[in-house]
Write a protein that binds this ligand. Sequence first.
Ligand code: AMP
Ligand code: ZN
Length: 435
Amino acid sequence: MIYNEEFETLPREALEALQLKRLKQVVQRVYYTVGFYRRAFDQAGVQPENLKTLDDLKRFPFTGKQDLRENYPFGLFAVPMSSIVRLHASSGTTGRATVVGYTQRDIDTWSELMARCFAAAGLTKNDMIHNAYGYGLFTGGLGAHYGAERLGASVIPISGGNTKRQITILQDFGPTAICCTPSYALNLAEQGKAMGVDMRALKLRVGIFGAEPWSEEMRREIESALNLTALNIYGLSEIMGPGVSMECLEGRQGMHIAEDHFLVETINPDTGEVLPPGETGELVFTTITKEAFPLVRYRTRDISRLIPEPCRCGRTHHRMDRIMGRSDDMLIIRGVNVFPSQIEAVLVGIEGIEPHYQLIVDRIDNLDTIEVQVEVSDELFSNADEVKVLQNMERRIVKDIKDYLGISAKVKLVEPKSLQRFEGKATRVQDKRRI
Ligand code: AMP
Ligand code: ZN
C-alpha cells in the first residue's frame, strides 16, 4: 500500500517543480533567520536569489557535522524555542552532541514519513508493531512510534533491552511487525532460541531494521531466524531521524527517499564534486520542508549510490542503495555513534595512561563489542607489582568510557611501547565485524 499516493507517485517533472519551490523557500528562510547560513552563503558569494534551478544548489556551501558542533546546542535553529515542541540528540555523544529540534509541523511530517515507511512494508492499521528502537533522546523509538500511531497500527513501545521480557511479549501479544537494529534482531532470535522459544513460529511477518550498517547476508540470517521479511530503513537525526528512506516490500532493493521533503546529492567525498546519479559517493541532504532545523547540503559521510531506475511498486521517488560505509571514521557500536577521537579524549584525561591505544571492534553473538587496548606509563607499570593497581585502572577507564560515551567497552592495559606505532596516518581501529 502507498500511504500518500499523491506525493509518493508524483511524476518526476511535477516532483522537481515542487522541490524547486520548496528549496527556494528554505534557502531564503535560512539566509534571513540563521546567522550561520548568512555568513556561509556570503562567504561563498551566493545569495538566495541565485537559486533559480535545482542545479543551482551546487553553488551553495556544504554544512558539516563540525558546523553543528560549533553551534551547539541550538545555534542552527530557525525558529524561537517557543515554537519547538521536541528535542532529540544524536546517539552516544555527550557534551557536544548534535541537538535537533522539531516544531509541531515537523513532528507531523516525520510521523507521516514514518507511516509511509510502515505502509511500504505492507503494514496497515490491522497490524501490531513491536517497537524495540530505543525511546529517549535517540530518534529511533519515538520516530517509529509516532509513525505507527499515524498509520493506526497498535504499537508496543517496548524500547531497547530487557530481551527476555521482549521475547515473552513477542509470544504473548503476537505482534505482526518488529522494528529494531538488525543486530538486535539477531540477538533476540538467539536469546529466544536459548529460552526454548520457536522464534520462527511467532506471528512476525515483517521487520523494519536500520540505524546501523548491515548486509544482504545478515538480511538472510534474520529472515531465516525469525521467519519474516526484513526491510531496510535509513535516517539520521540531523535530517529528521528514521524515515528519510525506506525499502518497499515489492522492490526490496534500495530505499525510496522521501524526495518531496529531502533533496539528495551524491558527492565525491574528497573533492566535493557532485556525481551523476548512480555513482557511488557520499550522500548530501537538503531538507526542504523542515521548520525548526533546516539543513542545506548536509554532508552525511554515509557512502551509497542513488538508483534512479523506476521501481515496480509505482513510487517515483528515487532509491538509495544500502550504506556501504562512511567517509569518516565514525564507528557505530550497538547503534551508538562513537568516534575514536572521543575515546582518545577520555584516555588522555587519565593519569598513568599513555596516548597509545588501539580499538578492536568485533561482533560476538550478534552484539557489537569494543576492546580498548591502551598502554600504561612506565611509571605505573613499574609500580604496579600489585595486580590490584592495574585492575583499578581498568575499571576506572571502563567507567569513564561508559560515562562519557554511553558504551560498554572492554579495557585491556598493555605494557609500555607494546602497541604498533605509525609513521603516517594512524589506523587505530580494527573493525573485525563481518557485515
Ligand atoms: P543517528 O543520527 O544517531 O540516528 O545516526 C545516523 C547514522 O546511522 C547514519 O548517518 C548512518 O551512518 C547510520 N544508519 C542509519 N540507518 C542506517 C541503515 N539502514 N544502514 C546503514 N547505516 C544506517
Ligand atoms: Zn519501490
